[in-house]
Design a protein around this ligand. Structure first.
Ligand code: ATP
Length: 356
């Protein structure tokens, strides 16, 4: 397995890119740990596949280099990068048996037949197809075929990395959960470097140690699920992670005073919003307390979501969501307080911390 260095990588599909807008992938300059499990998460068109294809070698970046364990592989083919890939749709040989499909990547590399057999049997168990080993892949369901694809991606343990591009799209919801847990377990057991592309936050948050959130061709945050939840670096991360997403409200910042409409909150620090055109306050719905104390709100709607309720309200002229537990009392003339440690201030969409 390998450490992956993305050295000042940028990519434009068109010839002669001139402005930032011409780049589908804006500058990425990061190092991903050997044995790390990373999820690339973001909406359609944000550049996830572009970045994955640059890592796999299907695409040459317009600028920058890619290194595996310090070795420049930018000009190497996919084959010579020694990676395994699992795509959205099954890539298998229909005329081969399930067993032979799984054995193929190993036999191709001249692995001894006894080792092939041991490894293939392990994988058959893992993907729950042990009873199907001798069956031809032809005629299997889409689900089963994709499980074989996953198995083929996992069967070799000498690859630099395993890349997954939305591999569970065709799998039914229950099996999705099972396979995700198995992938996580395998990662713990074998320490593969895994890069997993998805636009589904549940998938990313349950699979990855580090989630790489992409938006509009750039990486806006790399963090653990807890970091993305507690300290979103960009307002997009706030909106995209969490359900409902973070409340983000236009705010005027004056020293440590934050003004939203007619309401003023005082922080215990003065955020550095130097020269920002747009300043905002962000707070997740889980960190707003609804009670008899604090600032006034007007409640519009209460949604019951099982053990919790989502209260939709207006605060200082802005729509906000508040999460309360199912047995919390909601007073008619409710007021709100914000947990001060959960408040984030954003200058032109980027989080600004305490001033030094
Ligand atoms: N071959 C191509 N030629 C020109 N533009 C492309 C090409 N492939 C992707 N793009 C553009 O690059 C941008 C990023 O696309 P990319 O496929 O990397 O996004 P994505 O996050 O993987 O989206 P999805 O989840 O829909 O696959 C998009 O604006 C897309 O239109």
């Amino acid at each position: 397995m390998a450490r992956i260095t993305l050295d000042h990588i940028r990519h434009a599909y068109g010839a002669n890119p001139k402005t930032e807008k011409d780049y589908s992938l804006k500058e990425v300059d990061h190092e991903w740990n050997d044995g790390g499990a990373y999820a690339l998460l973001g909406p359609s068109g944000c550049g996830k596949t572009t970045l994955l294809n640059i890592i796999s070698g299907l695409l040459q970046p317009s600028h920058g280099r890619i290194l595996f364990d310090g070795k420049d592989v930018t000009n190497l083919s996919t084959q010579s990068r020694n990676i395994a890939q699992v795509f959205q749709f099954p890539v298998i040989y229909d005329t081969m048996t399930v067993y032979d499909n799984l054995a193929f990547p190993l036999r191709n590399r001249g692995v001894a037949e006894a080792d092939v057999d041991r490894r293939v049997r392990d994988i058959l168990e893992m993907i729950d197809l042990a009873g199907w080993a001798k069956r031809k892949a032809q005629g299997l369901t889409a689900d089963q075929k994709q499980k074989i694809s996953l198995g083929r991606g996992l069967v070799r343990n000498d690859v630099n990395a395993i890349l997954f591009d939305e591999p569970l799209t065709v799998i039914d919801p229950h099996m999705k959960w099972v396979l995700r847990s198995q992938l996580k377990r395998l990662h713990k057991q074998f320490g593969f470097t895994m890069v997993y592309v998805t636009h589904d936050q549940t998938e990313a948050l349950t699979f990855a140690e580090k989630v790489v959130v992409m938006y509009d061709g750039q990486i806006v945050q790399i963090g653990t699920p807890a970091e993305l939840f507690e300290r979103p670096s960009h307002t997009f991360v706030g909106y995209f992670i969490g359900s409902p997403g973070m409340n983000v409200m236009p705010a005027q910042i004056d020293g440590s005073a934050v003004k939203i409409g007619d309401e003023v909150l005082t922080l215990d620090y003065a955020p550095n919003t130097n020269g920002a055109v747009k300043t905002e306050l962000g707070i997740r719905p889980e960190f707003i307390r609804l009670g008899r104390e604090g600032m006034p709100v007007t409640i519009n709607k209460i949604e019951d979501i099982g053990r919790q309720k989502i209260v939709r309200a207006r605060f200082a002229g802005q729509p906000i969501a508040i999460v309360v537990s199912e047995d919390d009392d909601i007073p008619a003339d409710a007021r709100v307080t914000f947990d001060p440690s959960a408040i984030s201030i954003y200058a032109d969409s980027w989080r600004v911390g305490r001033e030094a």
